[in-house]
Write a protein of this length. Structure first.
Length: 139
């Protein structure tokens, strides 16, 4: 190979290198561990299962039963935003649902170690609260 053809080859390689760099896109961070495997999770002591919270009896500070939890509402961040409490009615008949901010609830255990949810409101206050309805225009 002559000096002239080597210089031409180097010039072509140098000219093409910014093009190659400009066309590369950064690699997004992985959604898994560096090995490509899912990130596993372990239960923490202060956590509870949503399936155990649904159906839990809700009482007020005087220990009067107000209703029970029918639904859990998650925010876009995945955190619990509210719980939907069924109040009034008998055995679910005539019951209406109200949403209560999760931060306004307290969790405690009864004498049998069953989970109870405490809200600082009377049954009448919850009965007069706005009825909860899912916004069906959003998915």
């Amino acid at each position: 190979m002559t000096l002239k053809s080597m210089m031409l080859a180097c010039a072509v390689a140098l000219a093409a290198s910014p093009l190659a760099i400009a066309q590369t896109t950064p690699t997004p961070p992985p959604a898994t561990s560096p090995s490509g495997q899912p990130m596993w999770y372990s239960h923490q002591a202060d956590e509870m299962r949503a399936s155990k919270l649904i159906g839990t009896k809700v009482v007020n500070a005087a220990n009067d039963t107000i209703g029970d939890i029918n639904e859990i509402v998650l925010g876009r961040d995945g955190k619990v935003a509210a719980v939907v409490i069924g109040v009034g009615g008998l055995l679910g008949i005539g019951e209406r649902e109200v949403a209560v901010s999760f931060s306004s609830l307290q969790m405690r255990r009864d004498q049998n170690n069953n989970l109870m949810v405490v809200v600082n409101a009377t049954k009448d206050v919850l009965k007069s609260a706005p009825e909860w309805r899912w916004n069906t225009t959003r998915k």
